[in-house]
Design a protein around this ligand. Sequence first.
Ligand SMILES: C[C@](O)(CO)[C@H](O)COP(=O)(O)OP(=O)(O)OC[C@H]1O[C@@H](n2ccc(N)nc2=O)[C@H](O)[C@@H]1O
Ligand SMILES: Nc1ncnc2c1ncn2[C@@H]1O[C@H](COP(=O)(O)OP(=O)(O)OP(=O)(O)O)[C@@H](O)[C@H]1O
Length: 288
Amino acid sequence: MYYVKAPAKINLTLDVLNKRSDGYHEVEMIMTTVDLADRIGLELREDGKIHILSVDRFVPNDYRNLAYQAAKLLKEMYSIQSGVTIKIEKNIPVAAGLAGGSSDAAATLRGLNTLWGLGLSLDELAQIGTKIGSDVAFCVYGGTALATGRGEKIQELPSPANCWIILAKPTLGVSTADVYGKLNLNRMKHPDTKKMIEAIETKDFEKMCASVGNVLESVTLKLYPEVAGLKEQMQKFGADAVLMSGSGPTVFGIVQQESRVQRIYNGLRGFCDEVYAVRLIGERDSLA
Ligand SMILES: C[C@](O)(CO)[C@H](O)COP(=O)(O)OP(=O)(O)OC[C@H]1O[C@@H](n2ccc(N)nc2=O)[C@H](O)[C@@H]1O
Ligand SMILES: Nc1ncnc2c1ncn2[C@@H]1O[C@H](COP(=O)(O)OP(=O)(O)OP(=O)(O)O)[C@@H](O)[C@H]1O
């Protein structure tokens, strides 16, 4: 097996500018990867089939799997005869706002680019990934970036200040389409994206914490009051900043002092089954 790492992402900011005629929303968001990752194993097969292996009951093992779609697309575009077994070792919570499926698809694209000897650049892989989902392009690169358009236009940013990220996922799944669909475009508290970019570029931790914001919170927190409750708990336990990631329901806390991480983690475990304390991976690294 050839293994590829598929890390989760969080949105430090998520702003919606307008609704487009194709049904998507024009967004402006700052994303970064965290050290919580699925592990994708790839093994070529002679029968030409694409086969998904996963023991997680929430992960589809057919054409609905985004990693399956990534392999199928590459295979068709480049007339590849060989098939592939894709083993998904799932660590990222599913339907959580952490782009788990998108990251699996991106890792599959990177891995098959190597195994099938296609020689495609990351930009080319990102372009192909966009056909699968809006978050796939970012996941192809990883690191930290400003994403615009429907999320597929990626401008690399430097790594933010060093910090810990505590993720807490309530036991409910959220539909991204549903959340975007319920957004009231006339009543939004827009985050200051420019200020966040400055905070990242100057590695200013306090400024970064003061600049987080996600317009989709207005929808998800209303639909699921337990997400709002979790945000409050995380604030109370002493995180420096707290925000919902993507369309939710995962809430993340940013914490600078390592000595505080364990206390916040333990406190949250009393309210929530799925809690993770991880490092931010702000730089693009060798994911393939
Ligand atoms: C919420 C985020 O995860 C933040 O990073 C992304 O904006 C969503 O990315 P994603 O899950 O890859 O989304 P897609 O699979 O492309 O789209 C799912 C659905 O979300 C809505 N959608 C998504 C992206 C976007 N810019 N505008 C939208 O309105 C559309 O209804 C779409 O049918
Ligand atoms: N490889 C995969 N891993 C997990 N879920 C997948 C995968 N492929 C397809 N899915 C489907 O996609 C749905 C959303 O899962 P995913 O974990 O990608 O959501 P998400 O983290 O909210 O994504 P995003 O942040 O990009 O909106 C799941 O309910 C599942 O049925």
